[in-house]
Design a protein around this ligand. Structure first.
Ligand code: PHE
Length: 372
C-alpha cells in the first residue's frame, strides 16, 4: 500500500514526508541542540538509505528553538502552518516542549520529545493525557527518586541542600521530586536556595551552603549553570558532593569544576550492550569533533535517534501518515532502542531504567544502572 510516485501533471501523491526537528542550536545549551539534531538526522538518513518510509523520502526540517518558550512556539507554528509538518521531534528542554505540546496537540500534530522529562509535557493541568504528545525518555518523578536514593544509600547523605531556578519547569520539577523522595527516605533538607538563569555570581548561595553543612547539594540544572556554580564552589573550598540530573550531560560540562559530582542520566556510551556500542561506532563514523576525532554520542543524541526511529517505525506499522492512526499505533508499540525498550503507559511515558554517572579525574564514568 505504498503510495505510487504519481506522475504526469496535476497533484501527485506525497513523495516526501516532512519531519520537523526542534532543537536548541543556540541559546543557553547549544550542545543539547547539536546532539539532538545529529541523532535525529542519523536515523532519518538510515531510513532514507533503505528507501524511506511507506515509499516516501523523509525530509527533515531543522529549527533552532533555543530551549526557550517563545522561539520554540514560533518554530512550531512555522513548521506546522508554513511547512505543513504533521510530525515533530523535540523540543529538548521541558519548558520549551510544554508550550509546543499545547499547539501540536490542539492541531493534531504528533510530537515526540526525545528528552523532556517534566510530567506536564504529556499531561495537561487536569492530569489528562494529551493524545498527540509522547516522549522517548523517563520522567522526573523517577529521576528525582533515583537521585535521592543514590544520595541517601550510596553517599550516605542525611542532610541535603537544594539549589533551583524556579522559572525552569525541569529544574523546579526535579527539585520537588528529589525533596519528596529524600525526605521520605528519612533525610532532611537543611536549605533551599533559588536563583535565575541570568545569575552569574553564586557566592551568596555558596555561603549559605557553607553554613548549613549539608552532606550533599542537589543541583538539577543544565550544564551551563552547573559549570558556573561548581567552579565557584571549588574556589570557595566547598567539598560537598553535588548531585544533578540529565541536564549535566554535555561535551561542554566543565569536568574540572564538576569533579566529584554525580548525575542521573538516560544512557551511558560505555554500556557494553551491542545496541549501544554499534550506535556509538556508527555515530562516531558519521560525526567528528573539531579535531577530527569520532564524536561520542551523549544521551541527547541517543534519545533523538530513538525518538526518530520510534516515530518512523510507528508510521510504517500504521501504514499511513494520518496522525490519529499513528498515535494509536504508538500507544501499543513495542520498540527496542539504543536507550532501552519503549512501551507507553497511559500518560504516554516510557518506563525505562536510569544510569548514574560520576565525574572524576577529567572523565565521566559509568557508576550503576537503576531499574524502575
Ligand atoms: N530532561 C531535560 C528537560 O526536561 C532535558 C535534557 C535531557 C537535558 C537529557 C540533557 C539530557 O528539560
Amino acid at each position: 500500500c505504498a503510495p505510487s510516485s504519481g506522475g504526469g501533471g496535476g497533484e501527485a501523491q506525497a513523495k516526501e514526508l516532512k519531519v520537523a526537528i526542534l532543537a536548541p542550536l543556540s541559546g543557553p545549551v547549544p550542545t543539547f541542540g547539536v546532539s539532538t539534531r545529529d541523532g535525529a538526522l542519523m536515523a532519518i538518513d538510515e531510513w532514507n538509505a533503505k528507501g524511506g518510509v511507506l515509499g516516501m523520502k523523509i525530509v527533515p526540517i531543522v529549527e533552532d528553538s533555543q530551549c526557550t518558550p517563545d522561539p520554540a512556539v514560533n518554530a512550531a507554528n512555522k513548521v506546522i502552518d508554513q511547512d505543513g509538518v504533521k510530525f515533530i521531534i523535540g523540543e529538548v528542554c521541558s519548558k520549551a516542549s510544554i508550550p509546543v505540546s499545547e499547539i501540536a496537540n490542539a492541531k493534531g500534530v504528533l510530537q515526540i520529545s526525545p528528552t523532556s522529562t517534566n510530567v506536564s509535557v504529556t499531561v495537561d493541568s487536569q492530569g489528562k493525557v494529551k493524545p498527540y504528545i509522547f516522549r522517548a525518555c523517563f520522567i522526573d518523578p523517577f529521576q528525582g527518586q533515583v537521585g535521592a536514593k543514590f544520595a541517601w544509600e550510596k553517599l550516605g547523605a542525611k542532610k541535603a541542600f537544594i539549589m533551583l531556578d524556579q522559572a525552569n519547569d525541569y529544574v523546579k520539577g526535579l527539585a520537588e521530586e528529589f525533596e519528596k523522595a529524600f525526605t521520605a527516605l528519612g533525610g532532611e533538607i537543611v536549605g533551599k536556595a533559588t536563583y535565575t538563569d541570568k545569575d552569574t555570581d553564586f557566592s551568596a548561595i555558596l555561603a549559605q551552603i557553607a553554613d548549613a553543612k549539608p552532606d550533599v547539594v542537589y543541583l538539577p540544572d543544565y550544564y551551563n549553570i552547573v559549570n558556573l556554580v561548581m567552579k565557584q564552589a571549588k574556589e570557595k573550598g566547598i567539598n560537598v558532593p553535588f548531585v544533578g540530573g540529565d541536564g549535566w550531560d554535555s561535551a561542554d560540562l566543565d569536568l574540572a569544576a564538576a569533579d566529584g559530582g554525580f548525575f542521573t542520566n538516560h544512557y551511558s556510551p560505555d554500556d557494553p550492550r551491542p545496541e549501544v556500542q554499534n550506535f556509538r561506532k556508527a555515530y562516531g563514523e558519521k560525526y567528528k569533533d573539531e579535531n577530527g576525532n569520532p564524536k561520542v554520542p551523549d544521551a541527547l543524541a541517543a534519545l533523538a535517534y530513538d525518538a526518530t526511529n520510534l516515530l518512523l517505525e510507528a508510521i510504517n506499522q500504521a501504514g499511513t501518515t494520518d496522525t490519529a492512526k499513528v498515535k494509536d499505533t504508538l500507544e501499543k508499540i513495542k520498540f527496542s532502542g539504543v536507550s532501552g525498550q519503549i512501551t507507553f503507559d497511559a500518560n504516554h511515558n516510557p518506563i525505562k531504567s536510569a544510569v548514574i554517572l560520576a565525574v572524576k579525574d577529567g572523565a565521566v564514568r559509568f557508576e550503576t544502572v537503576v531499574n524502575p
